[in-house]
Design a protein around this ligand. Structure first.
Ligand SMILES: O=P(O)(O)OC[C@H]1O[C@H](OP(=O)(O)OP(=O)(O)O)[C@H](O)[C@@H]1O
Ligand SMILES: Nc1nc2[nH]cnc2c(=O)[nH]1
Length: 185
């Protein structure tokens, strides 16, 4: 493949969700999360999944009333490309998750293999309750059976998407909207 070119990719993509729609969705998700944790006995662990979850995580956390403690992990399956492989772990949480409520915060639910692996590791670490917030979820029937995402911002089509944290060959993460490559690109 030739050097990835973001400007060219944008000409071969559709704008799916503009910034205004994403910001409104994040506000709604924050309210849902606040309602969910209203009776929590201890601050949940707000666990950001690097790298793509960073923009969603930052905006979401600033809109939450819930008092949280913050940590992050890095899990990747796409390794700077547009197709998935097995999950590779970078960093894991520094906090002890034993007995804690954990809210996993990620950019996208696609096939759900990354989120499934993260949930499993949190459970193995002794988390009391594990829930998931994702900025977007892809519409298709290939998601890991049994995986439940509790809080979803927006749906995206079954195409490669990027922007608002998500990369196109590591480019475009700071585009303030979500784009999808056209089929066949
Ligand atoms: O549902 P799946 O098909 O498993 O894919 C979803 C995962 O893919 C993305 O991470 P990615 O591997 O692109 O890593 P990055 O966030 O560092 O770019 C995203 O952050 C999810 O964790
Ligand atoms: N950037 C990006 N990362 C993903 N991880 C899983 N699916 C996708 C996708 O469509 N785009």
């Amino acid at each position: 493949m030739s050097e990835p070119n973001l400007q060219k990719a944008l000409t071969q993509s559709d704008l799916i969700h503009p910034r205004s729609v994403l910001l409104a969705a994040i506000e709604r998700v924050a309210q849902e999360i606040d309602a969910f944790y209203a009776d929590a006995e201890q601050p949940p662990v707000f666990l950001t999944v690097l790298n793509g979850g960073v923009m969603f995580s930052g905006l979401l956390s600033l809109s939450l009333q819930t008092r949280c403690v913050f940590d992050s992990i890095h899990a990747t399956r796409y390794r700077s490309g547009t197709s998935g492989h097995e999950v590779t772990w970078g960093k894991w949480a520094k906090l002890d998750l034993k007995g804690r409520d954990v809210l996993i915060v990620d950019d996208i639910l696609d096939e759900g293999r990354t989120l499934s692996a993260i949930v499993q590791r949190c459970q193995e670490a002794g988390a009391r309750r594990v829930n998931i917030a994702a900025l977007c979820a892809k519409r298709h029937g290939r998601c890991v059976p049994g995986l439940h995402v509790d809080f979803v911002g927006v749906e995206v089509p079954d195409r490669y998407v990027y922007g608002f944290g998500m990369d196109y060959y590591e480019l475009g993460r700071n585009l303030p909207a979500i784009y999808a490559l056209k089929d066949g690109v």
